[in-house]
Design a protein around this ligand. Structure first.
Ligand code: COS
Length: 386
């Protein structure tokens, strides 16, 4: 299918596809097994300007928006869903500055993030506030020209390796979601430390850890948007980044499909390649169709976002819901095509399946995506009948 990418986007796609297949794929199993962050590859991605593509041109970015970020994430995820996250998670941590930052904040933080000199991380989730994001307990108390932050964020992608943390904390607990405020906190700020590094089922090349604030002082200049707008900053950030998770799921699904069809062409049973059996053919046909449907939805939504469409919560949630469910189904079927070999770590199928699972969970579980979609549908229906 043709997604009508510009010549520049096709060039980007070809470049990242080549890098993913030649540099990422051969080391994906190593980083997965070692549970290690791929600093060497991140350096390469920075040299190739992959951290620049989604950042606005005024701040040393390339202005490629969500579409180009999805192209990069899809291609890298075909080779490794964990390694692709080094770019995608930094984008998630960068979006709050792009969405709500002042001119000074943008000038201060975005050029280094665009250069890949620094990574960013987004800190919303807490041990007791996952789906219920407005239940955060991390407190920020204003004292003169500073805020003192106390609390614990967990399951933070890029936690401990990022330089820039965009943090949602409560400045007025009585006000719930209207009492949250977004901040930028830099690595090295006294009172900021890192806790447990998670040992995960999948995306093991990505670092996930606790981020701890103990009397962590940040200047008032580090507030993103206005006090009390933190929940909205978080929601707008997630609206913009969920198509990125969807493209990660898409890449993982495509990678698993490519491995499965190649294996099926070579694997012989009953004296013939297993691709000659209708049981396998129908599985391949369904997998490819689902992948293409996810791709169509993701790039249509990404284009919509880049064209400035305001209310994108529903479409963005739809992308993540659909693509991550496709990834889980396709990677499970790919493993089935590999049969017993698929269950073994020597073959790539089981890693695709492990990496796929998180896409149904993070940046909002798929149950939360359904809730977002339904609320928007009902609101829209009510406004049409008024
Ligand atoms: N854009 C802008 N504003 C939004 C918004 C969006 N997409 N979604 C909600 N808001 C606003 C609402 O308009 C409301 O504003 P007012 O108080 O001015 O009316 C406010 O935010 C609260 O919204 P709502 O009542 O819908 O909040 P809920 O507590 O019911 O929760 C969900 C909303 C469940 C959708 C939210 O908590 C969520 O997305 N949870 C999942 C979080 C997540 O993805 N976690 C993963 C960690 S990040 S890796």
């Amino acid at each position: 299918m043709d997604y009508f990418f510009t010549d520049e986007q096709k060039e980007l796609q070809n470049l990242v596809r080549k890098v993913a297949q030649e540099k990422v794929k051969p080391v994906a199993a190593h980083y997965d097994q070692a549970n290690e962050f791929p600093w060497e590859l991140v350096k390469l991605f920075a040299e190739l300007d992959l951290f620049r593509i989604f950042v606005d041109i005024d701040y040393d970015g390339m202005g490629g928006g969500v579409t180009d970020l999805c192209i990069v994430t899809e291609e890298l995820s075909k080779a490794c869903g964990g390694i692709s996250l080094s770019v995608a998670a930094s984008a998630l941590g960068t979006f709050p500055v792009m969405i709500s930052g002042t001119e000074d904040q943008k000038q201060k933080y975005l050029p280094d993030l665009a250069a890949g000199k620094h990574l960013a991380a987004f800190c919303l989730t807490e041990p007791d506030a996952g789906s219920d994001a407005s239940a955060i307990k991390t407190r920020a108390v204003k004292k003169g020209d500073k805020y003192i932050i106390n609390g614990r964020k967990h399951f933070i992608t890029n936690g401990s390796i990022a330089k820039i943390y965009t943090v949602i904390a409560s400045t007025d607990p009585d006000k719930g979601s209207r009492g949250a405020t977004a901040f930028v906190v830099e690595d090295g700020t006294p009172g900021l430390s890192y806790g447990k590094k998670e040992d995960k089922m999948g995306i093991r090349a990505s670092v996930t850890s606790e981020v701890i604030f103990e009397d962590c002082e940040v200047p008032v200049e580090n507030v993103l948007g206005k006090e009390g707008q933190g929940f909205m900053v978080a929601m707008k950030t997630l609206d913009k980044s969920r198509p990125g998770v969807a493209s990660q799921a898409l890449g993982i699904a495509q990678g698993a499909f490519d491995a499965a069809i190649e294996y099926a062409r070579q694997r012989e049973q009953f004296g013939q390649a297993i691709t000659s059996f209708q049981g396998i053919q129908f599985m391949l046909a369904d997998m490819a169709t689902q992948i293409e449907a996810a791709r169509a939805m993701i790039y249509a939504t990404a284009r919509m976002i880049d064209n400035g469409m305001k209310n994108i919560a529903r479409e963005s949630a739809m992308c993540k819901l659909f693509a991550s469910d496709v990834a889980m189904k396709v990677t499970t079927d790919a493993l089935q095509i590999f049969g017993g070999y698929g269950y073994m770590k020597e073959y790539p199928a089981e890693k695709f399946m492990r990496d796929a699972k998180i896409t149904q969970i993070y940046e909002g579980t798929n149950q939360i995506q359904r809730l977002v979609i339904a609320r928007n549908l009902i609101r829209e229906s009510a406004s049409m009948t008024k």
